[in-house]
Design a protein. Structure first.
Length: 292
């Protein structure tokens, strides 16, 4: 277990950028899904993104991951890009995004418990308290948008997707380091293969988009995926897995703001109050404890 460390300004800036990119991504996915089937849309997104990253690897002569680092990259692709997105997209067919946001708010707690179990982080009750406070804030914000009942299978799928998201951060921290660009290039290619198979099995119509706004949304998703996930791996390398996982909890807040702006709606006091609670939880769970 490494010595205690607090994130410097570079880590916090990168962390914030990841939150912003991922938050806007959810809005872009909504536009993409209006024309493209979900699994096929995700396949295109990560296929192009991985191709871009491999070009960067070739041009910049970035070393490809080897041995343990390669294994970690493959597992990252299977969890973060393949299994995670497949389960969430399927679950969202019958579950509202608000419910999914609340379930995903458990990611920091799950990540911390996994990291502690893997002896990557010291067990601290304060870390669980922070995760719990942030979860309460998310639930407060999205409570009014919850539906009455959902299929158990869909809820389980989203929870398993959240668990895979949590595991992916621990994998990045546990396995030998590689260059964030090449780690993501390999990981996204693995995720692309998984999503392509899921799309085939689901019987989706696999065609390229024809609408301009779909191409714009896809272009954003590719660009943001390249930037956000490279930054996220870098953040995990320089912070703790559990602290880095708060990106999955904070990004829905950005989604809410961006979606409200597009719809011309004002931000409610409930959102502001809930967001304040979330930030308190992030401080308690990630900033204050500062352990790696």
């Amino acid at each position: 277990m490494a010595k205690p460390v607090k994130p410097d300004s570079r880590v916090l800036v990168a962390f914030t950028l990841v939150v912003l990119f991922l938050g806007v991504n959810f809005v872009a996915v909504r536009f993409s899904n209006q024309e493209l089937p979900p699994f096929w849309g995700a396949t295109l997104r990560f296929a192009i993104a991985s191709a871009v990253l491999f070009v960067v690897v070739g041009v910049r002569r970035v070393p490809l991951p080897k041995d343990g680092a390669f294994t970690g990259a493959v597992l990252l692709g299977a969890t973060a890009f393949g299994g995670n997105f497949a389960l969430i997209y399927w679950g969202l067919l019958h579950v509202t995004s608000a419910t999914a946001a609340i379930i995903f708010a458990t990611v920091p707690a799950m990540t911390f418990l996994m990291a502690a179990g893997a002896k990557l982080e010291k067990f601290r009750w304060g870390a669980l308290l922070g995760a719990a406070v942030a979860l309460v804030g998310i639930a407060f914000i999205f409570a009014e948008q919850l539906g009455s009942s959902y299929p158990l299978g869909s809820l389980v799928a989203i929870f398993l997707g959240a668990a895979l998201a949590a595991a992916s951060g621990v994998i990045v921290k546990k396995f030998p380091r590689g260059h964030p660009v090449s780690i993501n290039a390999v990981g996204m290619s693995v995720g692309t293969a998984i999503l392509f198979v899921v799309s085939l099995v689901s019987g989706e119509h696999q065609a390229y988009p024809v609408m301009a706004r779909t191409w714009i949304a896809l272009g954003w998703l590719v660009t943001s995926s390249v930037v956000a996930f490279v930054l996220l791996v870098w953040v995990i390398y320089h912070w703790t897995a559990s602290a880095s996982s708060y990106t999955s909890l904070l990004s829905p807040l950005v989604t809410f703001v961006v979606a409200s702006a597009i719809a011309g709606e004002s931000i409610s006091l409930v959102f502001l109050a809930g967001s304040a609670v979330v930030l308190v939880g992030v401080y308690l769970g990630a900033i204050r404890r500062g352990r790696t």
